[in-house]
Design a protein around this ligand. Structure first.
Ligand code: PMP
Length: 577
């Protein structure tokens, strides 16, 4: 809908082969709005100068634009005054500034309460704070599938007491998309004098935010998740909370008077903005804030519609398991038995797929030009509670459209069908392939002859089935190979190489390496460049960043084993002689 406002999507627009840019990772970072880029360029080219100091014209223009950006952000989040908006480098810095500047004397309880889905950025500073001040940590629980409904809300209300000092909670979960009912929670928390710190990083681009209505003490977010630039973010605090908060970034710009042994600070916001700020970033963020403010109702309508469509489309795959509030929305496979009716999720959707390595799926999608994210999404404690290693996350934004979703679904469907058809083919040809494997480099030659990612992928899946699997009991720390995003083991078992990884793609690559290593052993070849070999097979550019080191380390392990064996054989021979 707003796609034309985002230059990222028009790069190579007329080149069909390079043009697939289905960007579904907006929870990681959003694409940048044209007016954001323009405003930043204008600042750099037309009136580049530092703020709050110079009397010359550029400096005055820069200061004016910087302070206007602050006002635009005040308006976006409905803060009482612009002085309650502090520019930081991002949400992470904002939360650390609160945790480092809060006085324990301003807190009444002895426990810090965090939401189970919290991003590490709104967990680790509080963990350190609790350790420093000898406080306890407690968790707001979700259901076993990551849902927060009336049941979990009632449980949370029971947790709120005078014993709680501070509640750290996201407005929207980055890992699940859940929107939390903060207005009610904070109202109850305030009755117990609980300080509230809200991480709004995933909220601003998708829902309306009114900090006065929320009545939170602090609210933080990052510019790059709301169509603005990286390296700029906001710490909002009620003015009295900011007055009580100690500045943790000390230096120029933030003082009224300095002596060698004393200092008096400026009032907020300047007392928190030590050093030369990210002026272009603030100006860019101001533009993004204005865009979101002017369009939020339309954005919400558009994203809700897409979100519903995405849920419906994904629910056609029986092996796909959604987590988070999206999983509780009614679909054909799922009778909604959760006790809320409102739409309580943004268009960020997390899921796993039975019997599939999510990294394989993400790699497959990436080859088709689809950007999605796989992993724990910086919410490791959540994944442990959900008993998952990670999820595949699809995240929408205002520029997403039905075509993006259709393209995603088509490729997920293709991936799953490919897998099924390989399994059938393998069952049919099992006997034959065992015989065929007696020929040298059968797997390698099939990969090398394949053209296009689909075919190479198909051959890797087939090769993965020929891998000699390292038995479970031998998968220990001694045989583990580090550096791969999925666990990987490689060793000799019964005088033959064997290996294992959950990823089928990695298993395929290991099968190719072992096929070659087996041959090298039988021919007495000890020096062989396996990495170059994979390159020669045309595979190296299919290694994802997260696997490159793992594959290189697997090769080192093969090398070490080969050389150790060669030495042992040589010694045995000398002894015989
Ligand atoms: N909180 C949430 C919910 C996030 O999604 C992120 C970014 N993934 C952060 C905090 C940290 O943001 P930044 O890296 O911009 O400081």
């Amino acid at each position: 809908m707003f796609k034309s406002r985002f230059p990222y999507f028009s790069v190579n627009a007329d080149d069909k082969n390079k043009n697939t840019r289905v960007y579904l990772d907006s929870a990681a970072t959003t694409q940048k709005l044209d007016s954001v880029l323009l405003a930043m360029d204008n600042y750099h080219q037309e009136y580049n100068a530092s703020v709050h100091r110079g009397a010359y014209q550029s400096a005055q223009l820069a200061t004016k634009a910087y302070e206007q950006a602050r006002v635009k952000i005040q308006q976006l989040i409905s803060a009482k005054k612009a002085d309650e908006v502090i520019f930081t480098s991002g949400a992470t810095e904002s939360i650390n500034m609160i945790a480092n500047g809060l006085s324990i004397n301003d807190l009444s309880g002895t426990t810090i309460l965090v939401m189970a889905s919290e991003h590490h950025a709104n967990l680790l500073p509080w963990q350190a704070f609790a350790k420093r001040h000898k406080l306890n940590m407690d968790v707001i629980e979700l259901s076993s599938d990551g849902i927060f409904s009336e049941r979990e809300l009632s449980r949370l209300y029971e947790q709120l007491s005078d014993d709680i000092a501070l509640i750290a909670i996201a407005h929207v979960s980055n890992a699940l998309g859940n929107i939390y009912p903060l207005e009610d929670i904070i109202e109850k928390a305030a009755k117990h004098n609980i300080v509230s710190v809200v991480d709004g990083t995933q909220a601003l681009a998708h829902i309306s935010v009114d900090v006065q209505k929320l009545n939170c003490d602090f609210y933080v977010f990052s510019g790059h998740k709301m169509y603005g630039p990286c390296g700029i973010g906001v710490l909002y605090g009620k003015y009295e909370a900011l007055t009580a908060l100690a500045p943790s970034k000390l230096g120029g710009e933030m003082v009224v008077d300095v002596d060698f042994s004393a200092v008096s600070f400026q009032m907020p916001p300047l007392k928190f903005e030590g050093g030369t700020p990210n002026i272009a970033g603030a100006i860019g963020l101001g533009e993004a804030a204005e865009f979101v403010k002017n369009n939020i109702e339309e954005i919400k309508r558009h994203e809700e519609k897409l979100h519903q469509y995405l849920i419906r489309q994904l629910s056609q795959f029986d092996s796909l398991i959604m987590v988070g509030n999206s999983a509780a929305l009614p679909t054909k496979n799922n009778i909604n038995n959760h006790d809320f009716s409102e739409h309580l999720s943004i268009g960020t959707l997390s899921f796993t797929v039975k019997n599939q390595q999510l990294n394989d799926l993400a790699l497959y999608l990436s080859q088709a030009g689809v950007a999605v994210r796989v992993g724990h999404h910086c919410a490791m404690p959540l994944m442990k509670r959900l008993k998952l290693q990670g999820t595949l996350r699809v995240s929408l934004a205002c520029y997403s459209d039905l075509k993006d979703i259709d393209y995603l679904i088509e490729h997920i469907s293709h991936f799953l069908r490919l897998d099924e058809s390989q399994a059938r083919l393998h069952a049919l040809t099992e006997t034959k392939s065992v015989d065929e494997n007696k020929q040298h480099f059968l797997l390698a030659s099939k990969v090398q002859q394949s053209r296009g990612w689909d075919n190479v992928y198909r051959q890797l899946l087939l090769a993965s089935k020929s891998l000699r699997i390292l038995p479970q009991e031998l998968r220990t720390s001694l045989t583990s190979v580090s550096g791969c995003e999925t666990d990987l083991w490689l060793a000799m078992a019964d005088d033959r190489f064997a290996a294992y990884s959950q990823s089928k793609v990695v298993r395929g690559i290991l099968a190719l390496l072992i096929e070659r290593a087996d041959h090298n052993i039988s021919c007495g070849i000890h020096d062989f460049d396996y990495l170059q070999y994979l390159e020669f097979l045309g595979l190296s550019h299919y290694f994802s960043e997260g696997r490159r080191d793992g594959i290189a380390n697997a090769i080192k392990t093969i090398d070490v084993i080969m050389k150790t064996n060669a030495n042992a054989n040589a010694n045995a021979k000398t002894n015989e002689d």
